[in-house]
Design a protein around this ligand. Structure first.
Ligand code: PMP
Length: 284
């Protein structure tokens, strides 16, 4: 497998970075994940725009080579062997001369890209597969979750205590309101009404989330951005998690709340997934 680091394509086993990179010392950087179906980078422009937004939010100057990012991704895609790949792009403020919160003024940002095999959403292959097992935890993240920062400790901790080894995702809540998962956005279905928490600084504006909102409302589904409280979970008929690598996946249970009332033929998640699937076919 190949990676890309600051101008060179380097074998995964050989790529090296200085510990004085501010990404290593401070988590001072942002990232993006773009799914590639065949040679097509799905919703590429939306991902690029979000990467630029994240960079600008933490005052890293846009890199010159972001304009030819697609060419770099294409080359990496060709070098790595998988049909479908998940492209990971990370930009940090760069390698500094010493560890200091205030960086030197003339740093050159670090651009690192890797790719891994993108496993096709298992629920597309088998819609009857048992849904995700989801936990519920307090959201202890910072107040700018709209920035796709590499600093992900609170998103990782829920998977590393003794009780959570079988969890597929964890829903994060704050002030009694559900924000999102640790690595996905969330959709709730009440009857025929599809609801997802509104855009604000408590959630990442998922590219998949935004695409689904507009695509599903265009198809005549009733979709709404609205706050959802923990108590609302008692009335919910379906819950879905969405991300660039998950696409749409149904939830089986959130802790001891089980969501198996609807079969996949009755469910809206499966109808929504069919819409996504038809787009992916057109796209590839
Ligand atoms: N929220 C969080 C916290 C995430 O890490 C992700 C995945 N990057 C998402 C939502 C989903 O975003 P996207 O649809 O752009 O992959």
């Amino acid at each position: 497998m190949w990676t890309y680091l600051n101008g060179d394509f380097v074998k995964k086993e050989e790529v090296k970075i200085s510990p004085f990179d501010r990404g290593f010392l401070f988590g001072d950087g942002v990232y993006e994940v773009i799914p590639s179906y065949g040679r097509n980078f799905f919703l590429y422009d939306d991902h690029l725009e979000r990467l630029k937004r994240s960079l600008s939010a933490i005052n890293i100057d846009p890199l010159d080579n972001l304009d030819n990012l697609k060419t770099l991704l294409e080359e990496l895609y060709e070098r790595n062997e998988f049909d479908n790949q998940s492209m990971y792009i990370q930009v940090t403020r760069g390698v500094d001369v010493e560890r200091s919160h205030k960086s030197s003024s003339k740093l050159k940002p670090t651009l690192f890209i890797s790719s891994s095999e993108l496993n096709i959403n298992p629920y597309r292959l088998n819609p009857e597969k048992k849904g995700l097992i989801v936990g519920l935890d307090t959201d202890i993240r910072w107040k700018r979750c709209d920035i796709k920062a590499i600093t992900l400790l609170p998103n990782i901790i829920p998977y590393h205590d003794n009780y959570s080894s079988d969890l597929d995702e964890t829903l994060l809540h704050d002030n009694n309101l559900i924000n999102e998962g640790t690595s996905s956005n969330v959709f709730f279905v009440f009857g025929d009404q599809i609801v997802t928490p509104p855009k604000n600084q408590n959630i990442l504006q998922g590219v998949t989330r935004n695409y689904l909102l507009s695509r599903l409302s265009g198809k005549g589904f009733s979709v709404l951005e609205k706050k959802v409280s923990i108590e609302d979970l008692n009335k919910v008929d379906e819950v879905w998690m969405t991300s660039s690598t998950k696409e749409i996946q149904p939830v089986h249970n959130i802790e001891d709340l089980f969501l198996s009332k609807r079969t996949h033929q009755e469910s809206l998640w499966h109808k929504a997934l069919k819409v996504v699937e038809s787009d992916l076919e057109v796209y590839s």
